[in-house]
Write a protein that binds this ligand. Structure first.
Ligand SMILES: Cc1ncc(COP(=O)(O)OP(=O)(O)O)c(N)n1
Ligand SMILES: Cc1ncsc1CCOP(=O)(O)O
Ligand SMILES: [Mg+2]
Length: 213
């Protein structure tokens, strides 16, 4: 199915302090944006809401400077208080339909698809874009169920027009294949947060994505 055009972003950085190898996440995020990242998600799994909100506000000052949307992982209170662009949730988080009832002023809701049958549900319908989670198993997130692989991307593409985000061990070796298989966007943690130069890593990924479109 042809994807709709509500999600024009191609390179998606998912970032947390813990993933930045002791470097300042604000520096990593800014370098990544300068390299070509189009959208940023703050994914802090260890912080309480107050600390998450503080880090999110600092990051939003950076993303706002470049006009880049900021997505909050899991925590609706942080997303609403911050006035984030959107929230990303998974199968074991607050459901998208409930988020829409609470956060009524046009937020974007991303939703993870971990198994084929999850593509057809009220919650998938209620979401704006889907994270194909994970395309390849990854040490960054170990509580996953299957690996979709590029064939999985192809199959989901045939079944939905929602924008598709490929996530899970995506890097310079597989980003183009994922786009050719039908992903609209590549999301990464390690490929940028662990790179010696987050800016160069983002620029290389962006070029590979653009050439594969
Ligand atoms: C873009 C994107 N896709 C998938 C995920 C995974 O979300 P979830 O399944 O809720 O897992 P956690 O990130 O909360 O561990 C994501 N964060 N972003
Ligand atoms: C948040 C998330 N959701 C599915 S895989 C993943 C982690 C991706 O990290 P990496 O890009 O380092 O494999
Ligand atoms: Mg989650």
């Amino acid at each position: 199915m042809k994807p709709d055009l509500l999600f024009p972003y191609r390179l998606y950085l998912v970032i947390s302090e813990a993933d930045c190898q002791g470097r300042d996440p604000l520096w990593v995020a800014e370098q990544a944006i300068l390299g070509g990242v189009d959208i940023v998600q703050l994914r802090e799994k260890q912080l309480d809401t107050d600390a998450f909100l503080l880090n999110a506000a600092r990051l939003k000052a950076v993303t706002d400077r470049y006009g880049v949307p900021l997505v909050i992982n899991d925590n609706l209170a942080v997303a609403v208080q911050l006035g984030a662009w959107g929230i990303h949730v998974g199968q074991r988080d607050l459901p998208p339909s409930l988020i829409r009832k609470v956060w009524t002023d046009g937020c974007s809701v991303g939703y993870s698809i971990e198994q084929p049958e999850q593509l057809y549900s009220k919650e998938t319908e209620a979401s704006d874009y889907l994270g194909i989670s994970p395309v390849f198993s990854t040490a960054t997130k170990t509580d996953t169920i299957i690996e979709w692989g590029t064939d999985g991307i192809r199959q989901i593409r045939q079944r939905t027009s929602k924008p598709l985000i490929a996530i899970g061990r995506m890097d310079r070796t597989n980003a183009a294949d994922a786009i050719r298989a039908g992903a609209d966007c590549i999301a990464v943690v390690s490929a940028i947060c662990s790179a010696d130069s987050p800016r160069d890593a983002a620029a290389e990924l962006k070029e590979l994505i653009n050439n594969a479109l």
